[in-house]
Design a protein around this ligand. Structure first.
Ligand code: HAM
Length: 427
């Protein structure tokens, strides 16, 4: 084990080794296929942005902007930040490239690493991976239900059992009803000054709704008696929220209303939601999202509604493990081409290449292993078939095909090998 700290991945980061990277790719493929059914197209934005994109978008008084951003000055003297999330960048890009000009709408998805300087613990990293969607330009509550349904279906599709997920739902109101509500929560906090933690006391002046998110037990207790926004929504927000719930009911998607769900980003308006999974401890949110109808205006754009969600890869993997679900990843090799003796190494090499050219994942030995070791390797790579190339068979243009599941062996004509293997693999 290396003792030099620089020989290890930095604190709060992990190397995504092949076994995990293959799960990421499986989740990504599942997401791509599913999101396509809902009309989403991919977008890739830079991993870093001008710091202001996140300060304006996520909000100065949030933990993310206040404490967790990886911000640095680049060689040109610009303040640059590694993206802590995807929404701000996607909305910035949608505005910059006029994707929602003239009343158009756009549905986009993205996937990649995000960076937050948080205290690392199980399910909480400094570099973590998200898959997210953003639907920009649409204000109707049917879209809220569609986006929420998509998130639930993604988790179901990858195998998180419905019974192990809780979908929490709330409305954050809008610029009509939230300011008065914020003022009431601020007053409530001041009434309880001294009982709440120092940070929550300060929040009365900076961002009172964040006090609902405080992990301190005493604060949670006090805040459970705070006024609730759901009781004070303006009429259009209340109507929107009721319609979202009605659509979810029609879709048969179970949710729990959680009036204290405020989420950690300030861009939200109206609908917010989160999915929590069982067996994850404190970091149990596997995905979350909401509406952000004012975000594009923050960047100087026209009023443009938007909505989306992001799910955390590492927590999804933990949720699947906690539920005892094995993610189906394809074998590294479907077929292993083994050579009985060194003299036929060249033939094995060409047979392996021919199988690959026929679309079969094939592997062969490049380390002069014994036949026994080649079989072990075939096993480790998950090969369902081993082709044994021997000098005697080759004379008659044949090889031996061994089924690793049943141990059955048969002689096959070399020319027929790809067709036979494809047939056995059901392709
Ligand atoms: P978020 O709730 O901050 O929302 O993050 C979404 C998910 O990313 C979380 O539910 C969690 O699974 C994962 N996550 C967040 N922080 C960490 C961390 N430090 N380590 C591991 N996983 C983490 C957003 O990021 C919004 N952009 C979602 C959204 C999209 N809202 C509208 N559109």
């Amino acid at each position: 084990m290396a003792t030099d700290p620089s020989a290890r991945a930095p604190k709060g980061t992990v190397d995504m080794l092949p076994a995990t990277a293959r799960v990421w790719e499986h989740l990504l493929r599942t997401a791509e296929d599913l999101f396509a059914l809902y009309g989403y197209e991919p977008i890739y934005t830079p991993i870093f942005e001008h710091t202001d994109v996140f300060v304006r978008g996520i909000g100065e008084a949030t933990d993310i902007v206040g404490k967790e951003m990886y911000t640095f000055e680049d060689k040109g003297g610009r303040s640059i930040t590694l993206r802590p999330e995807g929404t701000a960048s996607v909305v910035r890009a949608a505005l910059e490239h006029s994707l929602t000009a003239n009343g158009q709408s756009t549905k986009l998805y993205y996937a990649g690493p995000m960076f937050r300087y948080e205290r690392p613990q199980a399910g909480r990293l400094r570099q973590f991976w998200q898959i997210g969607v953003e639907a920009i330009g649409m204000a109707e509550p049917s879209l809220d239900a569609e986006v929420i349904a998509l998130m639930v279906r993604f988790f179901e599709e990858v195998g998180v059992p419905r019974g192990r997920m809780r979908l929490l739902l709330n409305s954050m109101g809008d610029e009509e009803c939230r300011p008065a509500y914020r003022a009431r929560v601020a007053a409530f906090i001041r009434e309880h000054a001294g009982v709440l933690c120092e940070e929550c006391d300060r929040r009365a002046d900076t961002n009172p709704l964040r006090a609902f998110d405080c992990k301190n037990e005493a604060c949670r207790e006090v805040m459970s008696g705070a006024p609730l926004l759901c009781d004070e929504l303006c009429e259009p927000c209340a109507t929107h929220y009721a319609a979202v719930k009605a659509y979810l009911d029609h879709l048969g998607i179970a949710y729990e209303e959680d009036p204290s769900l405020v989420r950690g980003l300030d861009y939200y308006t109206r609908t917010v939601f989160e999915i929590q999974a069982e067996g994850l401890g404190a970091q149990n949110a596997i995905g979350g999202g909401g509406r952000y109808d004012r975000l594009m205006q923050e960047y100087g754009g026209p009023p443009t509604p938007g909505l989306g969600f992001a799910l955390g890869f590492e927590r999804t993997v933990l949720a699947l493990a906690a539920a005892g679900v094995e993610v189906p990843v394809p074998a590294v090799a479907e077929v292993f081409v083994a050579r009985a003796v060194a003299e036929v190494a060249g033939d094995a090499f060409l047979i392996c290449d021919a199988l690959r050219c026929s679309g079969i994942a094939a592997e062969t030995d490049h380390q002069a292993r014994s036949l026994k070791s080649q079989f072990k390797l075939a096993d480790r790579l998950g090969a369902r078939y081993v082709v044994v190339v021997g000098p005697d068979e080759l004379v008659t243009g044949q090889v031996t095909l061994r089924d690793m599941g049943t141990s059955n062996e048969e002689r096959v004509e070399l020319g027929d090998l790809p067709t036979i293997v494809l047939d056995r693999l059901g392709r």
